[in-house]
Ligand binder design. Structure first.
Ligand SMILES: N[C@@H](CCC(=O)N[C@@H](CS)C(=O)NCC(=O)O)C(=O)O
Length: 201
């Protein structure tokens, strides 16, 4: 049985829950009360010195970084549907996982954290920086999805779970994307049962 340290508002944790659900893997969720600073406690820092969720425990293995956890689960359970072995499809999955972490995530965090979660303490410069970056990045995603149902082709992969968890996070800041192909793809990802379960009402 996996143990996943989790916080329901975390887009990084939600993508892992989505895969655990879809793969029907047994897991226990442990809520990290981030609103009360539990992620900074010595007990949690001993598991994840980055003071972040998610953290996965698999027996003696402790693993952080959501995309690394997704890859680990796919390899361990031969989830080839979610992480294809065919080279070109696999390369597309890896490309979008990295794009999500390196390019999309910082702008989503700038906007959502500062506009929605920090309230009056939010930094207007960070919001502007994030919005400008999103205006550049969302058309990149939209162009990719012109001729594809999902990021690596006809079937959803962990790249879709990862990117879509960030895109749905934008709704906390009422900053949902307007691009036609992105919104159609998002509807398809949100219809995946395991992903749907992770969405906050
Ligand atoms: N690169 C990490 C990012 C995880 C992350 O940023 N988690 C946030 C919640 S969405 C967090 O725990 N933030 C608390 C902190 O950084 O102190 C991953 O993909 O797992």
């Amino acid at each position: 049985m996996y143990v996943l340290y989790h916080y329901p508002y975390s887009q990084h944790a939600r993508r892992v829950v989505a895969l655990l659900e879809e793969a029907k893997l047994a897991y226990e969720l442990r809520h990290v009360a981030m609103d009360k600073g539990e992620h900074m406690s010595p007990a949690y820092l001993a598991l994840n010195p980055n003071h972040q969720v998610p953290t996965l425990i698999d027996g003696a293995l402790t693993l952080f970084e959501s995309n690394a956890i997704l890859r680990y689960l796919c390899v361990k359970h031969d989830l080839d549907d979610w992480c294809p072995v065919e080279l070109a499809s696999r390369a597309a999955v890896e490309q979008w996982l990295d794009w999500n972490q390196c390019r999309l995530s910082p702008s989503v965090i700038d906007v959502v954290l500062n506009k929605a979660f920090l309230g009056d303490q939010g930094d207007p410069a960070a919001i502007q920086r994030g919005e400008e970056k999103l205006a550049e990045l969302l058309p990149v995603l939209d162009a990719e999805l012109v001729s594809k149902k999902f990021l690596a082709g006809a079937q959803p992969s962990i790249a879709d779970l990862s990117v879509a968890s960030n895109i749905t996070h934008l709704s906390f800041a009422a900053a949902e994307p307007k691009q036609e192909n992105v919104t159609a793809w998002l509807r398809r990802v949100c219809a995946i049962e395991g992903f749907k379960k992770t969405l906050l009402q």
